[in-house]
Design a binder for this molecule. Structure first.
Ligand SMILES: [Mg+2]
Length: 239
């Protein structure tokens, strides 16, 4: 990629952090409900929006308890801070896009001295309500039933501002944003999905790989899983 105006859209759980904190919380507090709910999600019976609604019901009502749980699992993937500094020095804004519980992202970035490097955080809000915690999804598509946070819309929004967007992620629901991006760094489940769908991507392990690969392979495939400007999720989309 040679365009001077480049932005990154980066997943948080299992990408910026080594641990997927949302999944770990849901497993810890939801126990057998987590296993059933996540199996149904992986079978494609529903998307993250429904997963979040179901699993939020099992969280403790006190956000401070959840924050302490997150704080103990908040290690960043190696090279994260160096990458944020590298992106800033190259005038490449970094945006976090997360479809998790949301409440711990900004505190964890602050804890590691990284918040100042992030241009924006698109995430869900997990808040007290009705005597328990609820997860609000302010970035959801108005009718698409799949994602809580429409990562594809964030990618497209930055492209409409003139950026070429590099997407960085690890998980299943990163496919929606990744497919629309101009280049993709993928690991774990996202790498499997990109391979299966024929979406060109750069495999990555830690953030030093992102610094070394200044210009990742271009995503030249028109293979999308959704249309944020239209109906959202393509019911007959691959995978
Ligand atoms: Mg992830």
């Amino acid at each position: 990629m040679t365009a001077s105006k480049i932005a990154y859209v980066i997943d948080f759980d299992g990408t910026v952090t080594e641990v997927d904190i949302t999944s770990t919380m849901a497993r810890h507090f939801g126990k057998e409900h987590y296993i059933k709910c996540s199996a149904a999600y992986k079978r494609g019976e529903f998307g993250m929006k429904e997963w979040l609604a179901r699993m939020s019901a099992f969280l403790p009502p006190d956000p401070a308890e959840l924050m302490e749980f997150a704080r103990l699992r908040a290690a960043l993937r190696p090279g994260a801070k160096e990458f944020f500094q590298y992106a800033r020095s190259g005038e490449r804004p970094v945006y976090i896009a997360s479809d998790g519980f949301g409440l711990y992202i900004e505190p964890i970035l602050e804890m590691h001295g990284c918040r100042e490097y992030v241009a924006g955080i698109f995430c869900n809000r997990t808040l007290p309500g009705n005597g328990r915690l609820e997860t609000i999804t302010p970035h959801a598509h108005e009718s698409c039933p799949v994602c809580g946070n429409c990562k594809a819309a964030h990618v497209i929004g930055l492209q409409e501002e003139g950026y070429r967007v590099i997407y960085v992620g690890d998980g299943m629901n990163d496919r929606f944003g990744a497919a629309h991006a101009d280049a993709v760094f993928a690991r774990d489940r996202l790498a499997e999905i990109c391979s299966a769908a024929g979406i060109p991507f750069q495999r990555w392990d830690d953030f030093f790989d992102l610094i070394e690969t200044n210009a990742p392979v271009k995503n030249n495939r028109n293979r999308k899983f959704c249309n944020p400007a239209g109906e959202g999720f393509y019911k007959n989309s691959p995978l």
